[in-house]
Design a protein around this ligand. Structure first.
Ligand SMILES: Cc1cc2nc3c(=O)[nH]c(=O)nc-3n(C[C@H](O)[C@H](O)[C@H](O)COP(=O)(O)O)c2cc1C
Length: 366
């Protein structure tokens, strides 16, 4: 099957991508003290040099004391931290690439190193890390307001540093997603309630605050998922109507592009149609969407965290869906972590040169 669909330009607002490939955000924990290093800049620049359309950085923490669960994940606040990000942006631009930071707050999530604790209390909607599991206390009104403005400040800084877009991490059971999730959002104020529209209020307020800072033309992406790291089977929208309400709220609040996270892109979202999550999101909202999940690899990324390897897999199914317009962009995670040249190799038809995924790739910033 022709790979042309993957190499058509994509134009949206101020974003002009040479092709449809996106580097998926991947936490690497190679930024000691929360400051991205020259090696981090070079790592992203290598992907830019090799035709990645848009690089979305690893999650980077907004200015709340416990926005990150690991001191080696880069922060997105503070003078040294932002200077370091400027070096990353410049390195990517020097190779002709485009880059967006993934703005992140982990919420009520255990630290990776049990010996390390964040320099302040955990934030969460209701003091739960998963349904029924207490973890700290719920945020006060003032803390919620401060978290919203922390995201907005980060977006403003991203634009000032020269990033080409921003992505909000609203997926995978982290803070924004904890507000979406009925199982852990038990608030009885305006940020909680029995409907997905009510529980989307936190995300919507962030999007509005971000939009106010960056202006109408600056591309704002939000990453969302039905699944949670705390529960792979969790679903925020069981019906098309709920999905429409949820995503409609985000788009109305200022989201331009929906990055729809799945573990396997080919899995249908609802019975009776082969459309995946990104396919439904585009159909219901009309805004551009990004798909992701096991593109070009045989196994999924949760298995990868357990040490499983994967082999290169055909792109035909993906290309068919992209070609018929199910979604606009395709995010690639592990294949690009493993091999900075993945996009170039695919473009040149060098399929025999594509690499296996190995868990060793996680240990180096190659
Ligand atoms: C090492 C690693 C780190 C990840 N970190 C993040 C992250 O910071 N933010 C995020 O939204 N997703 C993160 N993910 C999920 C990826 O963005 C992507 O959705 C997932 O790997 C599926 O894509 P793949 O099958 O192409 O690898 C991570 C995945 C991996 C493998």
């Amino acid at each position: 099957m022709s790979i042309d669909a993957l190499f058509k330009p994509f134009d949206f607002k101020a974003l002009h991508l040479p092709n449809r490939t996106v580097m998926a955000p991947m936490t690497r924990s190679f930024s000691p003290g929360g400051v991205a290093t020259e090696d981090v800049a070079a790592y992203y620049a290598r992907r830019a040099k090799n035709e990645v359309g848009l690089i979305i950085t690893e999650g980077t923490g907004v200015a709340r004391p416990a926005s990150l669960n690991d001191p080696n994940i880069p922060r997105f606040h503070g003078e040294d931290e932002l200077k370091a990000w400027k070096r990353v942006v410049d390195a990517v631009h020097a190779e002709g690439g485009l880059i967006a930071p993934q703005l992140w707050h982990v919420g009520a999530v255990r630290t990776r190193d049990p010996e390390w604790t964040p320099p302040g209390p955990y934030d969460s909607p209701s003091g739960l890390s998963s349904p029924g599991k207490t973890f700290g206390v719920g945020m006060t009104d003032a803390e919620v307001a401060d978290a919203i403005s922390a995201f907005a400040r980060a977006a403003k800084d991203a634009k000032a540093l020269g990033f080409d877009a921003i992505e909000l991490h609203g997926a995978h059971g982290y803070l924004i997603d904890q507000f979406f999730w009925e199982g852990v959002n038990k608030r009885d104020d305006v940020f909680g309630g029995p409907t997905i529209a009510e529980r989307s209020r936190f995300a919507a307020e962030i999007l509005k605050a971000v939009r106010k800072e960056v202006g109408a033309d600056y591309p704002v992406i939000i990453r969302i998922s039905q699944w949670k790291q705390q529960d792979f089977t969790a679903r925020l929208a069981e019906t098309e109507a709920d999905l429409q309400t949820w995503l409609g709220t985000l788009v109305d609040a200022g989201a331009d592009i929906l990055h729809c996270s799945q573990r396997r892109f080919w899995e249908p979202e609802f019975e009776g149609s082969d459309l995946n999550f990104a396919g439904w999101a585009k159909k219901l909202t009309g805004v551009p969407t990004i798909t992701v999940g096991s593109v070009g690899l045989s196994g999924d990324f949760i298995g990868a965290f357990g040490g499983e390897g994967s082999q290169p897999a055909s792109l035909d199914e993906l290309l068919k869906r992209l070609d018929r317009g199910d979604f606009d962009l395709v995010a690639i995670g592990r294949a690009l972590l493993q091999d900075p040249e993945w996009v170039t190799k695919v473009h040149q038809g060098r399929n025999d040169d594509l690499k296996d995924w190995t868990a060793e790739a996680l240990r180096v910033l190659a």
